[in-house]
Design a protein around this ligand. Structure first.
Ligand code: UDP
Ligand code: MG
Length: 311
């Protein structure tokens, strides 16, 4: 018998939890020789998610849960769940049924029969997503893959099954600013990509706004590339070069035509432009300094308030 742990981050998912558990039970019946462990991580939900989990873990011996002292974000919830999971194979899956449990047997077969270390899913379409979001998402993947050594796959979701060995590798990365899509790729190991169609949420709504995704994408860039720092140095060099060229031009013009007093407007524009670029580059530097600041504080990634293990 091998054991599969499912790690399920939940933030205000009270309506989805019973449906989710039912769907998993149906899949488990199709997988003889496998037992399941369900590790729910309540990420500081404001609804009745926690009491639903308490009830479920009493009634169902496969179910364990952790509950955070506040909302720490999905990344923290996934980390906590992976840490708590005890299975030989561990899968990350959303509670909202957007990650079809019916794919689990295929993922399991990819690892146990085909010899992959990980079976991950990838959305083949962005149907049902706002156009502007798809546009920026595509641009983000283009950019981050251009400037980072770590490949970040477009459309990759967090729905994946991994071997214990790979999960241990991920847990050994204890950084505070976690960007899982990059971490999964950074640790290496072989991955089988399973395509699937995007499906809408059953209950509730997405917790991601456009701006939260935007700031998450900046985190991803900063966590996996220091190229923006190099780009700002390049700006500096480029500007010095233009300044030299401009000075040479002025000297030559003075030698030929004398000293015309003009061009204060263009001077102001140049000053504004140059200081703008300077602030921009300082801002980039600041982002990295801020991230290092947060890392050096060494705060825990999450704080558990209650768990089924402590009862
Ligand atoms: N989630 C979480 N903490 C958060 C936000 C989301 O644990 O702060 C969970 C959520 O309950 C769900 C999964 O992460 O199980 C994916 O969230 P969501 O469906 O909002 O994201 P989307 O599917 O739109 O990318
Ligand atoms: Mg979802």
């Amino acid at each position: 018998m091998s054991k599969i742990s499912l790690v399920i981050p939940c933030y205000n998912e009270e309506a989805n939890i019973p449906l989710f558990t039912e769907a998993i039970t149906a899949v488990e019946r199709e997988m003889p020789g496998v037992t399941f462990e369900l590790v729910f991580v309540d990420d500081g939900s404001a609804d009745a998610t926690l009491s639903a989990l308490r009830g479920l873990s009493k009634a169902d011996s496969r179910v364990r849960y952790l509950s955070f002292s506040r909302n720490f974000g999905k990344e923290a919830a996934m980390f906590a769940g992976l840490k708590a999971a005890t299975g030989d194979y561990i899968a990350l899956i959303d509670a909202d049924l957007q990650h079809p449990p019916a794919l689990l047997p295929e993922m399991y077969a990819a690892i146990t029969e085909e010899g992959f270390d990980c079976a991950a899913t990838r959305r083949i379409s962005r149907r049902g997503e706002p156009k502007i979001r798809s546009f920026f998402a595509r641009k983000f993947y283009r950019l981050v893959n251009k400037i980072s050594q770590t490949e970040i796959i477009d459309g990759a979701t967090d729905y994946r099954m991994m071997t214990r060995q790979m999960v241990d590798a991920i847990l050994s990365l204890e950084e505070y600013n976690r960007f899982s899509k990059g971490l999964f790729s950074w640790v290496g190991f072989s991955t089988k990509w399973i395509p699937f169609e995007n499906i809408p949420r059953v209950h509730g709504e997405t917790k991601w706004s456009f701006w939260s995704l935007f700031s998450y994408s900046l985190d991803g860039i900063i966590a996996f590339s220091v190229r923006p720092l190099a780009i700002s140095s390049l700006f500096g060099i480029l500007f010095c070069f233009f300044a030299l060229l401009g000075s040479a031009f002025i000297v030559v013009r003075w030698l030929i035509f004398g000293d015309p007093v003009a061009g204060w407007a263009s001077t102001v524009c140049i000053i504004l432009f140059a200081t703008g670029i300077q602030l921009f580059c300082t801002g980039i530097l600041g982002q990295y300094v801020a991230k290092s600041y947060l890392e050096t504080k060494n705060r825990p990634i999450y704080i558990t308030k209650e768990s089924s293990d402590s009862e």
